[in-house]
Design a binder for this molecule. Sequence first.
Ligand code: UPG
Ligand code: MN
Length: 760
Amino acid sequence: MAASAGEMPPFSAVRVNKPLAFANRLMAAVHAALAAAFISHRALRLLSAASGGGVAVAVAMVLADLTLLFLWALSQAGLWRPVSRTAFPERLLAARRRSELELPGLDVLVVTADPDKEPPLAVMNTVVSAMALDYPGGRLGVYLSDDAGSPLTLLAARRAYAFARAWVPFCRKYSVQCPWPERYFAGDDDQDADEAAEERQRIKKQYETFKEDIEEACRKGKNSWTNEQRQEHDAYVEIINAGSEDEDEDEDDETAMPLLVYVSREKRRAFPHHFKAGALNALLRVSGLVSNAPYVLVLDCDMSCNSRGSALEAMCFHLDGSPPAPENLAFVQFPQMFHNLSANDIYTNDLRYIFATRWIGLDGLRGPLLSGTGFYARRDALYGATPPAATSSPTQDFWSMDAGELARRFGDSGDLVESVRNLHRQQPPPSSETQSRRRHLLPRDATLMASCAYEAGTGWGDESGFMYQSVIEDYFTGYRRIFRRGWTSAYCYPAPPARPPFLGSVPTNLNDVLVQNKRWMSGMLAIGLSPKYCPLACRELLAASVPQAMAVAYFGFAALYAFPALCYATLPQLCFLRGVPLFTAPWLAAAAFASSLLQHFVEVSVARRGLAVRAWWNEQRFWMLNAVTGQLFGCVAAVQDLLGVAALDFDLTSKARDGKLYQEGVFDFTGCSVLLLPATTLCVLNAAALAGGTWRMFTGGGGSALSGEMFPQLFLLSYVAALSYPLLEGMFLRQDPARVPARITALSVALAAVVLALFR
Ligand SMILES: O=c1ccn([C@@H]2O[C@H](COP(=O)(O)OP(=O)(O)O[C@H]3O[C@H](CO)[C@@H](O)[C@H](O)[C@H]3O)[C@@H](O)[C@H]2O)c(=O)[nH]1
Ligand SMILES: [Mn+2]
C-alpha cells in the first residue's frame, strides 16, 4: 500500500475548467449586483411607505428576497472552481505488477429493506454486479443487509451466489464491461467477442433460470412474511460461500470467488433501528469481523454497478499519496445516474443540480458531499478517526486509544476492538488459509454485531459509523464525520458518453418524488436549524474551508425556499387583483429576474453539453412545485422534529412501478395526497388572480392601472401560470385515472376561494 514514490507517474490527473470558472464568477457578480440593487430599492421604498397592510406586504417581500439572495449566495460555492478528474488504473496495475503496491481489501455494503417495494431480483442484480467488479476476488467481499429479515431475500441471495459462480468468471475471462446481468443480457455491452458467444448463451440460460426461480419464489412467498415479522425478528448472519462447491478450489487471490455475506440485523419495536444508517453500521461491524477490508463501497439496493472499473479507479485516488490526489482523502464519490430516466424528465429526477454541476465545483475545493451510494470510503474515516499525516497510511487514533476507550466506542466485543486496531497495521493480503477460514467460519461474535442491544451505550451512530441524528445519514455523516474532522473527498465523474459507473432507479410518480424530497428536505433542515449542528456555526468546518461550509449550509437550508415561494405565490397575486403594484422599479426587477434565469439556463446547458431549453423549463417548474410541497412540508416536519413533537421518518421509495406516464412525459398524480394541496391551491389562486386582475387592468379599474408598474406582476403571474399548466390540466382538463384526485381539486378550489374572499 505504499504511496507512489517519486519516479512513479501519478495515478490520477485533475484539470480546472478555467473558462467555466470565469463565466460562473462573472454571472455571479452581475447577479449579486442586480439583486442587491433590487432589494435596496425595495427596502428604501419601504422606509418611505405609508403604514398599514401595505407595509406588512412590503416587509414580507423584502424578507423573501433576502432569503432568496442568502440561499443563492450559499449555492455559489459549488460553482467557484469546477474541475474534472481522470484516473489511470493501468498505471496502478503496472505499479502492482512491479510489486510496488498491493491492492487493499474492499468490502461492498448493500442495503435493502422491503422485498415488496424493492424486488429481490433487482437487489440480487446489484449484489451480483458488485461481485463482478474488476478486483481480485480474494480481496472483495459483498455484504447484503436485509432489514425485513425476509426468507425470500435470503433464498434469493443463495441463488444469486450460485449464479455468480458462473457469471463472475465469465466477466473476468471476456473482460465484460457491464457486470449487471439483467442489463448485459438485454444487450447493453459491445458483445463482440465471438469466442464468447457459446458461453454467453449458456450463462444466459442460467440467468433465465435464476430469474424464473426468484420470480416464482416471490409469487409463492407473497404475504407469507408479515409486517409483524419484518419489524420484529432475530439477528441472522450467513456466509453464503460456506458450503458451496468451491470449498477447496480457487484459493488463488485473483480468481477466487468474492465473499458473499447475508446479514439481517435484529429488529425489535422497543429499539430504534435508525433506518439505513443503522443497517450500514451493522454491516460495518459484521464485515469488520469477517474481512475487515480497509475500504468500503456503499450501494443502495437499487444502484447497480454498470461498469467493472470503478473499484480500480477509486483506488487510483486512495492509493496515490501525492498530488494531484487530494490530501486526507476519506472517500471517492461517483455520481448517481439512473437507468429509468425519461428523456423528458418532468420530475428532474436526474439530480443534475447535484451530480452534474455542484459536485464538480465542490471537487475543486475540498470535495463533494457524501451522497448515500456509489462511494468508496476508508473504513477508519467512517469509524471516526482523524486524518493521518500522509494519505493512504493508516491513522494512529485507534492504535493509541486504550482498550477501555475502544470498547466504549465500538462496544465490548474483543474481536471487533481487535479488528479496529488492526486497521492501523498495513494489512498484508490475506493468506489463502485465512481466506478459506473466512469463507467457512462465521466469527464468534458476528450475530452479536447485528443485535439490537449491541449498540446501547456505545459510540455507534454518534462517534463511530454512520450518524443517526438525521434521516439523511449521508449528508450528516459527510459533514460531521468526514469534513469537520479535516478529511476531504474526490469526485469521479465520467462525463457522458463514457459509461456510467453506477446506475440507480428513480421514483416515477409525482407523489413518490415529493415524498422523497420531503424526506431529504426535512432531514437536512433539521440539521441546518439545529443549534448544535448548524454548519454555519461549526468552527472546525469553517476553519477547514469556508466555501465547503457554505455548500453544506446550502443543503441544510434549502427547504427554506418554501418561504419566498409562498410569498411570491400569494402576495403579487392578491395585489395584482387589487391593482397594487409590487415592483416599482420594473426594469430593475426584470434585470434581476433575467440574470437569475440566465444563470440557471447556462448551468443546465453546460451540464447537458448543448442548449437545453426543455430541461431548463422542467427544472424551473419542478423547483417551483417542490418549493411549496416537498420543501414546505419538509420545513413543517423539521420543526416538529426539533420541537420533539414527531420524529422524522424514512419513507422508502418504491422501485416496483413501471412508470409508463413518466416515460411519456405526463404527470402521474396517482396517490397524490395532502402533500400536493398547497401547490394546487396556489395554482388556482394564481390563475384566478391573473384572470381577475387582467380584466381589471384593461377595463380601467382605477386610473393608474395601465401604468407600467403593473406589468412585472402581469408577467410574473403569467410565468407561474405557464409553469403550473400541468397542474391546471391535471385538475380541470384530464379525465384519466392519473389526474389530480377529485377531492384535492375540490379542496384547492375551496381554499383558494376562501383566501380570495378574505383578502379581497
Ligand atoms: O430502514 C431502512 C430504510 C432504507 N434502507 C435502504 O436505504 C436505501 C435508500 O433508500 P431509498 O428508498 O432508495 O431512498 P432514496 O430516496 O432513493 O435514497 C436517497 O436518499 C437517501 C437519504 O435519504 C440516501 O441514503 C440514498 O443513498 C439516496 O439514494 C435503500 O437501499 C433501502 O433499502 C434500509 O436499509 N433501511
Ligand atoms: Mn433509491
